[in-house]
Write a protein that binds this ligand. Structure first.
Ligand code: PBG
Length: 325
């Protein structure tokens, strides 16, 4: 028998030994729960491709947020399904828009919860694109104005954080300037800095009714093949005043997350998106995978790669599991 000096297995022998040498630890503070606000009252409509996730009317979203807070969720990010859509996304920046109403209601039902608002136009435009469309093109600088207006109205409603996700050039700078101009210098910007054009947003587009009516988002969201460009996108948002940088989706872009962790000192967020959630759910429902273990392994990988904040539809389940240990 050869004598081995190094035997890594020694420290894997018992659960307590493993806990002592564990390098990455998820905590209940790590998660943000996405919620979808819709019109009506007492509406709780499950999204078919996202079991456990619902479209919620304002009264219901206020309850859902308070219940999440009671479990230990620290923050939510809000998306809206307006009653009407038009060419210029009026519903996104209306003072009584669906997200603005939801922010106010949650501020009452769960005052200490961090309230983030997704700042985009695609849920509110009749064509489903993230900006103003002319002759089949998304016009960058005109879209900036509407995005800035949206962010200010979300801040007026009481959002702590706005999260621009339209991937328009200069959106962070335009929003920072508009927020400061309106007296909201304390409202933070979590920039979807590196957002790839991804098949994994499929279920979200059902949830938010935001699939583009023509074409796709490849003329503004990033090409999944690009890494150096991610650095450039993050650098621009950093220079424009982002408070938090986000990578999205999470698990198929862990290399990008890790690169940003090494290059930037800002807090880093990762969005574990609808398709990433739906894949685990679907496999679990078929009995092909252990849902809890797959969930925790996935979330751990995102944290290990460098995320400080994880946006996930699994926020509640993960926190419950962590607290039960
Ligand atoms: C809005 C937006 C999208 C997501 C977050 N913000 C959809 C998209 O860009 O098509 C996706 C979130 C998810 O899939 O969970 N632009």
């Amino acid at each position: 028998m050869p004598s081995l000096l190094h035997r890594p297995r020694r420290l894997r022998r018992t659960e307590n030994l493993r806990a002592l040498v564990r390098e990455t630890r998820l905590t209940p503070d790590d998660f943000i729960l996405p919620l979808f606000a819709c019109a009506g009252t007492k509406v709780r409509r499950e999204i078919q491709s996202m079991p456990g996730v619902h479209n919620l009317s304002v009264d219901e979203i206020a309850k859902e947020a308070a219940a999440a807070r009671d479990i230990g969720v620290k923050g939510v990010i809000l998306f809206g399904l307006p009653e009407a859509k038009d060419e210029i996304a009026t519903g996104a920046y209306a003072a009584d828009g669906i997200v603005q109403q939801a922010v106010r209601a949650i501020r009452k039902s769960a005052p200490d919860l961090v309230i983030m608002a997704d700042t985009c136009l695609c849920e509110y435009t009749s064509h489903g694109h993230c900006g103003v469309v002319r002759d089949g093109d998304v016009i960058n600088d005109e879209s900036l104005e509407l995005l800035a207006r949206t962010a200010v109205s979300q801040a007026e409603a009481g959002a702590d954080v706005v999260a621009p996700s339209a991937m328009m050039d200069g959106q962070v700078g335009a929003i920072r300037e508009a927020l400061d101009g309106a007296g909201f210098e304390q409202v933070a910007i979590m920039a979807y800095a590196v957002k790839y054009a991804s098949a994994f947003y499929g279920p979200f587009r059902e949830a938010a009714d935001s699939a583009p009516a023509f074409g796709d988002r490849r003329a503004y969201q990033m090409d999944s093949a690009n890494e150096r460009e991610a650095l450039r996108e993050a650098e621009l948002d950093y220079l424009e005043g982002a408070d938090v940088l986000m990578v999205k989706p999470a698990t198929v872009y862990l290399d990008i997350l890790k690169m940003l962790r090494e290059q930037f000192d800002l807090p880093l967020a990762a969005y574990h998106v609808s398709g990433e959630y739906a894949m685990i759910k679907a496999a679990a429902q078929n009995g092909w995978i252990d849902e809890q273990r797959a969930m925790m392994e996935t979330l751990t990988s995102i944290k290990r790669a460098g995320a400080d904040i994880i946006l996930t539809y699994y926020a509640r389940e993960a926190i419950k599991l962590l607290r039960s240990k």
